[in-house]
Design a protein around this ligand. Sequence first.
Ligand code: GLN
Length: 452
Amino acid sequence: MISLKDALKLSGEEIKNLRIELEEKIKKEKQLGAYVEQLADLPLAKFGEGIPVAIKDNIQVKGWSVTCASNILQGYVSPYNATAINKLIEHNMSPFGRTNMDEFAMGSTTESSFYGKTLNPLNHAHVPGGSSGGSAAAVAGGLAIAALGSDTGGSIRQPAAFCGCVGFKPTYGRVSRYGLAAYSSSLDQIGPITQNVEDAAILYDAIAGYDKMDSTSANVEFETISDKLDPNKKLNICVIKNYVENADEENKTALLKTIEKLKSHGHNITYRNLEDSKYDVATYYIIATAEASANLSRYDGIRYGRRADSKNLKELYINSRSEGFGEEVKRRILLGTFVLSSGYYDAYYIKAQKARAHIKAQYEEILKENDLIFMPIAPSTAFKFGQIKDPLSAYLSDIYTISVNLAGLPAVSVPVSKAQNNLSISAQLIAKAWDEQTLMDGALSLENIIKG
Ligand code: GLN
């Protein structure tokens, strides 16, 4: 598949042909389930003239159905474009097809989608990761040049890693959340999933920057990074040693080899343990579910999407929400409502906020002396379908991605090795807030070193 960088040099006629070619491929590869609908259902005219970019089904595109892969949003048509979509259009790109995801971005496998599962293009017996599994599968399967996903606790980085592509979560506040269906507002960020590091930087440059439509968008200076990428900088990289050692054998071996390669290319490597990671999962799942329970209260059967049959107003709410939400979403609404309820608020929610501040401070301390942090993305390669049986195991598998969102930092996953069964292994790099330039300089260096 042509890279985004090269696609941006094509003429109008060539772009048109590229879109037709993509559409045919998507139809042929229907069994992957990367897109929630066949592109034929969305007339080409609706795509605009730009380079096609696949869009996760939780980002508003005017005139499109946007459903967060949920039954409750069936029938909802977006009346406006997300800021990220308007910015794509300004940069000669166009939204092209809705990609599959875990319902309301809650999950790590894309199995909780109302539309059914997405296959990992590297091995169809394995999940593509989640929640942006459709975006990652589309890019890895050659069904998209590039895609947008959203990352609340790893949903860009982990599926990109499971499918062998690059996933980049910007600093919280860098990309406008206007038009992104909120899951956990203090953690959500839109970002690119691409075939390589340079494309991720190009797509990031297009969508980033202050937006007055989002009160959490940061009014800080923004400079483009793709035109200044420098893979030859020698960086101070801190390896989180116990995280690398605790990953499964395959990941550990690949990551240790990668560290040696980084060293021999002149990067300065130091080691450090992070002892308190057991609090990360608890903190994340209290904050994320609390915010989700508040955010999802707007889906009441009246204002958006699907309404259930009912005899009175109370029944309308109950039936619409009971029929509309899937099991995992209901579990999180219950959990979130519980941790926010009076009597438990201090014990759970307030405590989680304190733990969050502690996690952030730990990262900031490490990044005072280092340009980057290096650690795994996930404890293992892509799970087999059905392998993760209970919700708690799924939550625990998020251990290496969620703390980055709690700290609001930018991070990227870069493929570093082939694994058994044709699967892929990635490393995660994390940088200081607002320092996406150093992050992607390091990512490009790593990508070049791996390519050899
Ligand atoms: N797996 C995590 C969760 O289920 C992260 C999801 C995400 O980043 N949207 O919450």
